[in-house]
Design a protein around this ligand. Structure first.
Ligand code: ADP
Ligand code: MG
Length: 292
């Protein structure tokens, strides 16, 4: 008998897709960082959700304010990956009866601070009892139609970039306090719009393969160019999850424009790590994080 473990996280998502109906107003459904919905003449609405479970994504030993920060930051990161700005969130929580009230107060403090920073209104949610702490946030965002970037637009010979150093996020605690790359993504869509983009949540290797498959191209990576955090091996930089940097592609001429901008301005640094190629079989051999 096939189990969820055999199928894997992405095999499972593929399977459930067939049971998920869509109607008018859905521009892009399952398969990107957020769903893309009709909104008005100039904008699309973006919708994403992420769940965190005690002892899988965090432990009670961690600062609850940081857990609250992370719960919202993961969702904001998905909105940024589409080129958009986050707008409105609802927060659902499952809590054990004996949990200290201070835990949840601190959780909401951390979450609220980040919500203020990115002008996200928190307008509701749901509260239930559960054995372990479970947190689910659903977040809306908006993106100008011309600025929408999906995972599927990379062309062969496009240059591949990442927005920062990778690896060791869990060990170092960075997975709890990262700031989602909204400003970088907004800069990119306005200055040199990427052909494809996503955030790196499950590790570069796995996530790049998702982008390549969605875009029907392969890639050649220059491993020496992959930016790594101090003390992190190449394999860790390729496969550790939870970096939440942006992974994106753009034409050679846009890439040169971006690189000459960053040489002068030094505000952000985007790292060229390889190139897309026409041969779809050229995927990354390493596997990123999956839940099963
Ligand atoms: P991300 O890491 O960017 O949050 P995921 O890897 O979690 O994205 O999900 C990939 C795609 O699969 C997304 O479009 C997401 O909405 C969809 N998805 C994930 N889980 C489910 C599910 N249980 N039912 C339907 N769609 C799902
Ligand atoms: Mg994502």
């Amino acid at each position: 008998m096939t189990t969820i473990g055999h199928l894997g996280e992405f095999g499972l998502i593929d399977k459930v897709k067939a049971f998920c109906p869509t109607f008018d107003g859905v521009v892009h459904s399952i398969g990107d960082d957020t769903a893309v919905l009709s909104f008005d003449r100039s904008y699309y609405q973006l919708l994403t959700t992420d769940m965190m479970v005690e002892d899988v994504h965090f432990t009670k030993a961690m600062d609850p304010a940081l857990v609250g920060h992370k719960a919202l930051a993961c969702n904001i990161s998905d909105i940024a990956a589409m080129g958009g700005l986050p707008t409105v969130a609802v927060i659902s929580i499952g809590l054990p009866k004996h949990l200290h009230v201070t835990w949840i107060e601190k959780f909401y403090q951390g979450l609220g601070r980040l919500a203020k920073q990115f002008k996200v209104s928190v307008v509701g949610g749901d509260t239930v009892r559960s054995k372990a702490i479970v947190i689910n946030i659903a977040l809306l965002g908006l993106v100008e139609k011309k600025n929408l970037v999906t995972r599927s637009g990379a062309k062969s010979s496009d240059v591949i970039f990442v927005s920062g150093a990778l690896g060791g996020s869990f060990k170092s605690g960075r997975h709890l306090n990262f700031i989602p790359c909204v400003n970088q993504a907004r800069f990119l869509v306005n200055f040199a719009k990427p052909s494809a983009m996503m955030d790196i949540s499950d590790g570069l290797a796995g996530d790049l393969n998702h982008l390549l498959r969605a875009s029907k191209v392969g890639c050649k990576l220059d491993e020496a160019l992959i930016p790594k955090h101090q003390g992190v091996s190449l394999a860790e930089a390729m496969t550790d999850g939870e970096d939440y940097q942006l992974l994106f592609t753009m034409s050679g001429s846009k890439a040169r424009k971006l690189e000459s901008w960053q040489m002068k301005n030094r505000k952000w640094f985007f790292y060229r790590i390889g190139q897309c190629v026409a041969d779809k079989r050229q995927l990354i051999k390493l596997k990123g994080f999956t839940h099963f």
